[in-house]
Design a protein around this ligand. Structure first.
Ligand SMILES: N[C@@H](CCC(=O)N[C@@H](CS)C(=O)NCC(=O)O)C(=O)O
Length: 221
């Protein structure tokens, strides 16, 4: 299995953390989002993921789908993590009951669709193009803060080490990279005591440590 990703990409970190929690071996293939105008924009990478985003998870051999498609891999970090969770069920990253899984997906989507897209490089570049006077970093930071405020309010007062229970889930795998990004956007994450406590619990685990951007061989200073 190969993971095409960028060391500092939050969505790549999600999948690295999930793979580490599962104890799965894979080959890391760095795709630089800035160098050469963005290696994710090259034809070779676009053929894998036309969205021109990392991560992309490549199977060892193509998988056949009932309608005849030979699938070489998967894009979209949440789809990848859910696939890994079915392939390697222990430890579960979704939970054991329908309502538990729905709660994990709810919290995951607050980050995945409610926050992360608005801090994306191409979104900020487009904002800079249409409104050169705008402060795109501050613009994105406002959406991150709005989303994290909502997430903190959603889980406030719950007495468990992780976002959804006593074990790390897909929601935690999304939260930790999102808080890392919030700091890159100069947000004070101490405003989110429950999220910060969950982050601290996650970062005590080896899976989150080895998947951390700074620990990637291609990390830049
Ligand atoms: N929903 C996608 C989002 C992927 C995504 O936004 N990736 C970012 C890095 S975290 C990216 O490749 N951005 C490239 C760009 O904005 O040009 C996922 O979860 O995989």
């Amino acid at each position: 299995m190969k993971l095409y990703g960028y060391w500092r990409s939050s969505c790549s970190w999600r999948v690295r953390a999930a793979l580490a929690l599962k104890g799965a071996d894979y080959t890391n293939v760095p795709v630089h989002l800035v160098k050469d105008g963005g290696q994710h924009r090259r034809d070779e990478y676009r053929a894998k993921n036309p969205m021109q985003q990392v991560p992309f998870f490549e199977f060892d051999s193509p998988q056949s789908l009932p309608w005849g498609l030979q699938l070489h891999g998967l894009a979209q970090s949440v789809a990848i993590i859910e696939y890994l969770d079915e392939l390697l069920p222990a430890p579960s990253l979704l939970g054991s009951s329908p309502v538990e899984r729905a709660r994990v997906r709810w919290l995951t989507e607050m980050i995945n669709s409610g926050i992360q897209p608005l801090q994306n490089l191409f979104v900020m570049q487009e904002l800079n193009r249409v409104a050169p006077e705008a402060d795109s970093k501050a613009w994105s930071a406002a959406f991150i803060a709005r989303g994290l405020d909502a997430l903190e309010a959603t889980v406030r007062g719950e007495d468990c080490a992780f976002l959804a229970g006593t074990k790390p889930s897909m929601a935690d795998v999304c939260l930790v990279p999102q808080l890392y990004n919030a700091r890159r956007f100069n947000l004070d994450v101490s405003a989110y005591p429950r999220l910060s406590a969950v982050e601290a619990a996650c970062l005590e685990l080896e899976a989150f440590q080895v998947s951390h951007p700074d620990q990637q061989p291609e990390a830049e200073g």
